[in-house]
Design a protein around this ligand. Structure first.
Ligand code: WTA
Length: 644
């Protein structure tokens, strides 16, 4: 672990206490909830009673560090909790999903509609030989079928592995192999800025030679002509036509796998984060109801894609378990125009908006005229997630989107935590722009130094979580050693988040960002090692080192330092070629912003790349300009400055 010192933060004194009219109607408006949750076991057990269980649990928690099991013996089904339990009263006709396509097409599915589609697809999956425990890979655009597929898997107890549609064929292949999926659900394409993304072609490429993949189920979305290989490939709509309407939900053990979701780590190989059923559902439904102050009549819009954890927890499982109306939007915020989000809010009278700081900074840059051109008065609460939000962006969001009347919940959490861990409770907590405020009831965090000693207020250090929580990851799929060392290897028995944080004099938390070799580009986690491996895979490259540099919109941007193989000539088009190579290996989200060629990489005597120096160079803090880095003598003289 690095011993970097954390930069002192600017003092942020602005406080926004909950407004009286909001607090009186809030789901929670008394601090008492925090003291009640001191006994966290009792607290989570009480929350678990809000779900429908086929059989009750015998034990709330078995903690055999670092392995946790929650609600032991309990039987539950996630799809049942998101659908069936809402059908016994008027909720059956409540809108569950409001879908807005990029092209402006739209569709509403009530809870009854969604239940029917999910049951049918569950039967299709069964008929294709999917059994309880089998993994299904989902590679779809953000269309209703993505949600239907996740819930259909959950219904029959087949863990899903959703792969974001922006990942390349190779990245998809790696994830299909790791999860050993027999089935992939994809589409003939997905719309992005008016063009169709070739999801089926990518899938074909990804599964080439993989004998375990028996079927590819293909949703018709763009209508583009694609190749179908019979009998492996099956059209989704044709299979659905014949499917039976009834498919009882499989009673699952609380600790049975619900899904695997791959995320970047500090090695070249992504980690399959494992989430199980009972505890996860308890965590996401409770946090969703309280953090977003969910009311029956709310129209809730989470702008994340289902390919990320935010899409899993706060677009699918949390809101649907709570019977919410969820808006999903397929496209980008600027297609066909920069007012798209505000148009959608006005069209569907969205009352809760959950989005990312990078999007907010982009909107700021585009200008106030776009939100001002729409009536956003339906909004009553705003949220952010994915990266620290700078106070300036917070204030803009507060003023121009929330008309200074909507609380902003800045929610800190991770793929691994499954649920929101630090956040304001909007009827209770005073807000401070840029701070995710305090831990959720029942969650204990601590900031420690590199030896694990707790740090006092005002100091920056490593963010740890002291006790298990119900939605925590259970392991890394197929690699328990990696689970143990990554999360519990630094501070025994205590979960290490990989983030640095600071605690201020009011006890508010400020997350400063990753302290490991993971960088956060536009709220997406990218392992520098993954990008480095993609670069050295190119025949011209000898060595590569990637770092994140500060970026006004993306938060961080990727910069790659590359040394070329002996005899390779520096060509003008090599930079573009290397960028394209990374896109092909990983996906557009990992495309380096800059590539800097260097004759040598600065390393310590033991051979470790001095990334700190590279960061300084990329941000223009080092001596001279970066082009001189090609001179080996410059590298060594710079290096001397950095060696301890
Ligand atoms: C960062 C996304 C500051 C953090 C849910 C974390 C944040 C990583 C915040 C997880 C926030 C997320 N303030 N930083 N409100 N939310 N992060 O797994 O560095 O995609 O470790 O999960 O994003 O990213 P992940």
């Amino acid at each position: 672990m690095k011993k970097e010192k954390f930069e002192a933060l600017l003092q942020e004194d602005r406080l926004f206490p909950p407004k009286e009219e909001f607090a009186v109607k809030a789901n929670l408006n008394s601090e008492q909830v925090y003291s009640e949750a001191e006994d966290s076991m009792n607290f989570w057990e009480k929350q678990a009673l809000n779900l429908d269980w086929f059989e009750p649990w015998q034990e709330v928690l078995k903690w055999n560090p670092p392995y946790a099991q929650w609600f032991l013996g309990g039987k539950i089904n996630a799809s049942y909790n998101c659908l069936d339990r809402h059908l016994s009263d008027w909720h059956r006709n409540k809108a569950a999903l409001i879908f807005e396509g990029e092209q402006g097409d739209s569709k509403v599915l009530t809870y009854q509609d969604l239940h029917r589609e999910v049951s049918k697809l569950a039967n299709v999956l069964k008929s294709l030989g999917v059994k309880k425990g089998d993994r299904v890979t989902i590679y779809l655009p953000l269309i209703p079928e993505a949600v239907i597929s996740m819930l259909a898997c959950a219904r029959i107890g087949a863990p899903h592995s959703v792969v974001f549609g922006g990942f390349s064929a190779e990245a998809l292949r790696e994830r299909i192999i790791d999860a050993q999926s027999k089935i992939v659900i994809t589409a003939d394409g997905g719309f992005r800025r008016g063009t169709a993304i070739p999801l089926k072609e990518n899938t074909d490429q990804a599964v080439r030679g993989l004998e375990d993949v028996e079927h590819i189920l293909v949703v018709r979305r763009t209508g583009k002509c694609i190749e179908m290989e019979e009998p492996r490939d099956i059209w989704y709509d044709e299979a659905m036509k014949e499917a039976d309407l009834k498919c009882p939900a499989e009673p699952m053990d609380a600790e049975d796998l619900l899904f695997i979701l791959y995320t970047s780590g500090t090695t070249g190989k992504p980690k399959g984060i494992v989430h199980t059923t009972g505890g996860y559902l308890v965590g996401v439904s409770t946090t969703h109801k309280w953090v977003f102050d969910l009311k029956e009549e709310d129209v809730y819009w989470c702008t994340a894609d289902v390919g990320w954890i935010t899409g899993h927890s706060y677009l699918v499982y949390g809101p649907l378990a709570n019977g919410a109306t969820v808006v999903i939007y397929e496209g980008t915020p600027d297609y066909p125009h920069k007012g798209r989000y505000w148009e959608i809010i006005e069209k569907y009278q969205v009352s809760i908006l959950y989005t990312a700081p990078t999007a907010i900074r982009t909107f700021m840059k585009w200008g106030n005229e776009y939100p001002l051109a729409h009536n956003l008065s339906s909004l009553r609460l705003l949220g952010t997630v994915g990266e620290p939000i700078n106070p300036e962006a917070w204030m803009w969001y507060y003023k121009y989107i929330g008309s200074e009347s909507c609380p902003i919940v800045d929610t800190w959490w991770q793929t691994e935590t499954g649920m929101i861990m630090m956040t304001p409770l909007p009827g209770i907590t005073s807000l401070k722009p840029g701070s995710c405020t305090v831990p959720f009831p029942g969650i204990k965090v601590e900031i420690v130094d590199s030896s694990g000693n707790p740090l006092s207020k005002g100091m920056g250090g490593y963010l740890t979580i002291r006790q298990p929580w119900p939605a925590m990851l259970r392991t890394v799929y197929g690699d328990p050693k990696r689970y143990e060392s990554t999360y519990f290897g630094n501070f025994p028995g205590v979960y290490f988040t990989g983030d640095g944080a600071k605690w201020d004099s009011d006890g508010y938390y400020w997350v400063l960002g990753r302290v490991d070799d993971v960088i956060n580009v536009s709220g997406h986690r990218i392992g520098t090692m993954e990008v480095e491996s993609a670069l050295v895979d190119h025949p011209a490259v000898a060595e590569a080192a990637c770092i994140g540099k500060n970026h006004d919109i993306k938060g961080q941007a990727l910069v790659a330092f590359v040394t070329l193989k002996e005899g390779v000539e520096l060509r003008d088009d090599l930079i573009e070629e290397l960028k394209a190579h990374v896109v092909e290996k990983i996906g557009a989200l990992a495309r380096p912003e800059d590539i800097i060629f260097t004759a040598e990489l600065p390393k310590t005597r033991s051979g470790k790349i001095i990334r700190r120096l590279l960061r300084d160079i990329a941000e223009g803090r080092a001596l001279g300009d970066t082009t001189t880095l090609a001179d080996a003598a410059v590298v060594s003289s710079l290096k001397e400055l950095y060696e301890d």
